[in-house]
Write a protein that binds this ligand. Structure first.
Ligand SMILES: [Zn+2]
Length: 394
């Protein structure tokens, strides 16, 4: 599972020796048979070998890069990814013995880039769009903690419950046995759930969790939800029923279902908001042409795009800005090249500009918005109006 440390390492990496190779492969099984992406990987590696020959980096570096490419190709031909993965990213530099592999939950544009640092825009765009979720399984005596991120799960064993303080048997002698036992059981459960809430708080801070999901039998899950610290409770996105001893796979599938439910609600709210704004010519635009225009004007706040939407277009070779038509880049005057799908470039540019990106998976939800729409920061002419008002005031 990719964590903050790994991301920082990749972001700050500069190859002092050799070259940094970034390899992305679209392995989306639904439409692309294995043999297709196998061939695609071979082609990318072949092209990279040619590119290496043209670089002036010394024999040792070229040999090491060749070794990285060989390893990448071997990995691709050997692996059989789980169905929940839809693309692969490998970052490598053999001279410095650097080699990291990530299976990813969303499709990417297949690509191989050789440079002194890693090409991370597609990876960062994907990371931006996923929540790091803490999943807690509890019964009245036990607790298990998991982390779910980008469709992967790990169980944490390094967060431990506090020991229960020894309790004084004050009133016991005056109570009937049954009542006493009931009271003790309730006290124990309350203490246990309180400790679980504490534990979740420290895990949340330690692991930078965005959201929380609770797995427990009813009504214990709801009790635990009430005991969570306010910030954590606000980030609670689901409660499901499960046995405390459940297998990791079952925890993952239930957690992903809860996450999906939450995402669908979020999608509906976002798309309704966009529709309302588009209707009144307000702070939203729809359709690829207007969205690309808003991107070129650095005017994106939230980009919503149907997950399977693609559109041929043009991309600036200098600044990477996407275009639908034109002879030169409207932003920097750079040369434009044709790409079979400009939506990948649009998404990367949106993330680079700091906009939120939402890939919409719900069917029919985004059809009326022409498969792509955005909330914008300014309406046309709004900034000019502001300036005129300010000038009149002076
Ligand atoms: Zn440009």
């Amino acid at each position: 599972m990719i964590g903050h440390q790994e991301v920082n390492l990749l972001t700050n990496y500069i190859a002092r020796e050799g070259v940094a190779i970034s390899f992305y492969l679209n392995t989306d099984g639904s439409e692309r048979a294995r043999s297709i992406w196998d061939i695609e990987a071979k082609d990318l590696v072949k092209k990279a070998r040619k590119e290496l020959d043209g670089l002036n980096i010394g024999r040792k570096s070229i040999e090491a890069a060749d070794e990285s490419l060989r390893r990448i190709q071997q990995f691709v031909s050997m692996e059989n990814p789980a169905a929940r993965y839809r693309s692969l990213a490998i970052f490598a530099n053999s001279v410095e013995n650097f080699y990291q592999i990530y299976w990813l939950p969303m499709p990417v544009k297949s690509n191989l880039v050789i440079d002194t640092n890693f090409y991370l825009r597609p990876l960062l765009a994907m990371l931006e769009e996923h929540y790091r979720i803490g999943v807690v399984l509890a019964d009245s005596r036990h607790v298990r903690l998991f982390e779910v991120y980008m469709n992967e799960i790990i169980e944490h064993h390094d967060f431990a419950l506090k020991a229960k303080p020894v309790r004084k048997p004050l009133l016991e002698t005056f109570m009937k046995r049954e009542k006493r036992l009931m009271q003790r059981k309730e006290e124990q459960t309350r203490f246990h759930l309180g400790s679980v809430a504490e534990l979740l708080k420290s895990m949340s801070a330690n692991r930078h969790l965005d959201k929380i999901i609770i797995g427990a039998r009813k009504p214990l899950g709801d009790h635990l939800a009430r005991l969570l610290h306010t910030r954590l409770r606000n980030n609670l996105i689901g409660v499901f029923e499960i046995d405390i001893h459940a297998k990791e796979n079952e925890v993952l599938s239930k957690a992903l279902a809860a996450e999906r439910g939450f995402e669908l609600d979020e999608e509906r709210i976002l798309l309704r908001k966009i529709s309302v704004e588009v209707e009144k010519d307000g702070y939203a635009v729809k359709g690829i042409k207007k969205v690309v225009e808003a991107t070129q004007e650095y005017n994106l706040q939230v980009l919503a795009v149907a997950e399977d939407f693609s559109q041929p277009g043009l991309v600036c070779t200098q600044c990477g800005m996407p275009h639908i038509e034109g002879a030169a880049c409207v932003c920097c005057g750079g040369m434009l090249v044709q790409v079979s799908d400009a939506v990948y470039d649009l998404v990367e540019e949106a993330v680079r500009q700091g906009a939120t990106v939402r890939h919409i998976r719900g069917e029919n939800l985004i059809g009326s918005l022409e498969n792509i729409a955005a909330i914008i920061k300014f309406k046309k002419g709004e900034l000019v109006q502001l300036e005129e008002t300010a000038e009149t005031e002076i």
